[in-house]
Design a binder for this molecule. Structure first.
Ligand code: XUL
Ligand code: CO
Length: 439
């Protein structure tokens, strides 16, 4: 088969002093950091939709990038050319996973039976490409937001017929995910929300979404899917309000409907910031609830109010992310670059340079997070900060063997509390800078 990215050879690690744009400066796959190979800490994935499908169109102009890969767009040959391009791309970068929506793989037909036939054919082709490589599927999902039938939602639709189409798409996407050995299955509810409460029965819609998720779990388990289901929280866009607003909301929803044993979170950095949170906040909330599953690695622009899906460049943010991931003991999923090159970055090299940037940023984040933990000052400070609960009345509170009467008597005896001690934020921030930039 003809090489597609002709002037680009395998991307190698050349180190921080390299000036070669097509080399890794920080990502050194086999290097041991914090007890494991970098590649084990960082199971990177390629997002089929941005990398192989999106041509850079926006609301004001059409695409600028050529993603035909030598075939006529919209044909079976094109679907296969995307697979060829994707595998060549992943192999050249040393990426071991990919993520997909059903309709990223093939053009959707008018009749769902025909769509499913196309999905069977292309997934056979992907499977044949996987053989002889170490490339695997990280997660699959069904696109239940682009087709006009989902204008009122998928699980949250007012139309029982449309609900059945959502169910059919999930069933097929699960079949393919299992066929390709996927580690996870994602629900991102882009249309699961509302534009106005005037026409919306929130309780009814949420119960119907939960029913659909329950059926997905039951079907998935019945065909041997052993991985995690994920909710990918996002507060808004395209809907004004989305039910999976943030990790805390999604975790509450899963617990309410008894889905928390089968689901974890897929946290996307840009979704976190749209919800008014930091990336690390969403990771922390997921981790402390035992639900940190996977990550959509990208970044937003704090000056813009929408999901810009930029390749991660912010080394502070990546460090804070990897600090949370290391503290949580790693991910069961991976790091999917749900990110697109900027519209004017329309050359093949830009696709590679974007992934090099993303992989290097997370490698840097990993190295620096390990250094922060190794330095120990932050963890030690945090431990000390709560030390009044290690003995005396504090320990009694933690044991649960006290009550308001006893605590009130204790307070009256003291008359006035000591402290509390300084939070020392500025000192801790300077420790971070020292670890990041000191020699
Ligand atoms: C949309 C988004 C999706 C999900 C998968 O903001 O992040 O691409 O990752 O449907
Ligand atoms: Co995403």
């Amino acid at each position: 088969m003809a090489e597609i990215f002709k002037n680009i050879s395998k991307i190698e690690y050349e180190g921080a002093d390299s000036k070669n744009p097509l080399a890794f400066k920080f990502y050194d796959a086999d290097k041991i950091v914090f007890g494991k190979k970098m590649s084990e800490h960082l199971p990177f994935a390629m997002a089929w939709w941005h990398n192989l499908c999106a041509e850079g169109g926006d609301m004001f102009g059409r695409g600028t990038a050529d993603k035909s890969f030598g075939a006529k767009v919209g044909t079976t040959e094109h679907a296969k050319a995307k697979v060829d391009a994707g595998f060549e791309f992943m192999q050249k970068l040393g990426i071991k996973y990919f993520c997909f929506h059903d309709v990223d793989l093939i053009p959707e037909a008018d009749d769902i039976k025909e769509t499913n036939n196309r999905l069977d054919e292309i997934s056979d082709y992907i499977l044949s490409k996987m053989q002889g490589t170490d490339i695997k599927c990280l997660w699959g999902t069904a696109n239940m937001f682009s087709n006009p039938r989902y204008m009122n939602g998928a699980g949250s639709t007012n139309s029982a017929d449309v609900y059945c189409f959502a169910a059919a798409q999930i069933k097929k996407a699960l079949d393919i995910t299992v066929k390709l050995g996927g580690r996870g299955y994602v629900f991102w509810g882009g249309r699961e929300g509302y534009e106005t409460l005037l026409n919306t029965d929130v309780k009814f819609e949420q119960e119907n979404i939960a029913r659909l998720m329950r059926m997905a779990v039951d079907y998935g388990r019945s065909i041997g899917f052993k991985g995690d289901f994920y909710i990918e929280p996002k507060p808004k866009e395209p809907m004004k309000h989305q039910y999976d607003f943030d990790a805390a909301t999604a975790i509450g929803f899963l617990r309410q409907y008894g889905l928390d044993k089968d689901f974890k979170m897929n946290i996307e950095a840009n979704h976190a910031t749209l919800a008014g949170h930091t990336f690390e906040h969403e990771l922390r909330i997921s981790a402390i609830n035992g639900m940190l599953g996977s990550i959509d690695a990208n970044q937003g622009d704090c000056l813009l109010g929408w999901d810009t899906d930029e390749f991660p460049f912010d080394a502070y943010s990546a460090t804070m992310c990897m600090y949370e991931v290391l503290k949580a003991g790693g991910l069961t999923g991976g790091f999917n670059f749900d990110a697109k090159t900027r519209r004017p970055s329309n050359a093949y090299e830009d696709m590679f340079e974007a992934y090099i940037l993303g992989m290097d940023t997370f490698a840097l984040g990993l190295i620096k997070a390990a250094a922060l933990i190794g330095d120990g000052r932050i963890d030690e400070f945090k431990k000390q900060r709560y030390s009044s609960f290690s003995s005396g009345i504090g320990a009694k509170i933690l044991s649960g063997k006290t009550d308001l009467k006893e605590l009130s008597a204790y307070a009256e005896k003291l008359g006035k509390p000591e402290g509390p001690s300084s939070g020392k934020q500025e000192y801790l921030e300077s420790v971070v800078n020292q670890v990041l930039f000191g020699k």
